[in-house]
Design a protein around this ligand. Structure first.
Ligand code: KIV
Length: 272
């Protein structure tokens, strides 16, 4: 091990648990490729999620449903090769776990074996709890995902805020407790009222990580393309943009085209 590696304390499920206990917020971003994962890891992100949002932002699909297990493995192994410190979680894609808990376990095992990631994320509560237990009993850390679960978009019919009605909110709290009892190490809460995010967070000993779940959850996650402003059209209320890369890349591309067409690039110093 190099001197540099000795100094790096890798993020683990125990560290994430301690962060909740100490009141230190957990930072999480999605990543799908080596180069971006390296920057996020160097900058000190705690958790990198290889989300099935790759289906939208990398492949251009309308939903997360089309992405395959093989494609998730390709993205995840690229991310894992880049990181020195962050904890890497990979989404089980639609169709890779709903059949039964045996199928779920074999998908999780493929991800762990073929990518070197540190855990998997799975959407749903009570209906997938047997799969969660089976995956955890094989030694694979599991992150839950409740609230707006994009793999069920055709059941919901809309990307609107979830669990605004009491019955759905009670079910979400019950599902969160079930996931914790089954051994999940953390739960993503997507697009739910801030007050419900607070209630769930206070009811659990494991960390909650929100995306549009308000400020009382234990950590925050956003999609890389949204944070960096690569997507121009997507402007949900919960999003804070830190860059406007679409505009920067657009302008840089126009300058490059101008320089090539005008025979300004390459100049004498830029050739052999
Ligand atoms: O796939 C994804 O990017 C996600 C986040 C929205 C949490 O699941």
């Amino acid at each position: 091990m190099s001197a540099v590696n000795k100094e790096i304390k890798r993020v683990t499920t125990h560290i994430l648990q301690k962060m909740k206990q100490d009141g230190e917020r957990i930072s999480m971003l999605t990543a799908y490729d080596f180069s971006m994962a390296r920057i996020f890891d160097d900058a000190g992100i705690d958790v990198l999620l290889v989300g099935d949002s790759a289906s939208n932002v990398m492949a251009g699909h309308e939903t997360t449903l089309p992405i395959t297990l093989d494609q998730m493995i390709y993205h995840a192994s690229s991310v894992v090769r880049a990181i020195k410190r962050s904890f890497v979680v990979v989404d089980l894609p639609f169709g890779s776990y709903q059949g039964n808990s045996k199928e779920a376990l074999s998908s999780a095992i493929r991800i762990m074996k073929e990518t070197g990631a540190h855990g998997i994320k799975i959407e749903g509560g009570e209906e997938i709890i047997e799969s969660v237990k089976r995956i955890i009993s094989a030694g694979v850390p599991v992150m839950g995902h409740l609230g707006l679960t994009p793999q069920s978009i055709y059941k919901f019919g809309t990307y609107a805020v979830r669990a605004t009605e009491d019955a759905e909110a009670r079910k979400l709290i019950a599902d969160a407790k079930l996931l914790q009892e089954a051994g999940a190490f953390a739960i993503v809460l997507e697009k739910i009222p801030a007050q419900l995010g607070k209630e769930v967070t206070e009811a659990l000993t494991i960390p909650t990580i929100g995306i549009g779940a308000g400020k009382h959850v234990d950590g925050q996650v956003l999609v890389m393309h949204d944070v960096l402003g690569i997507n121009k059209e997507f402007k949900p209320r919960f999003l804070r943009r830190y860059l406007n890369l679409y505009d920067d890349i657009y302008k840089a591309t126009q300058r490059y085209i101008h320089d090539v067409k005008g025979r300004d690039f390459p100049n004498d110093n830029e050739q052999y």
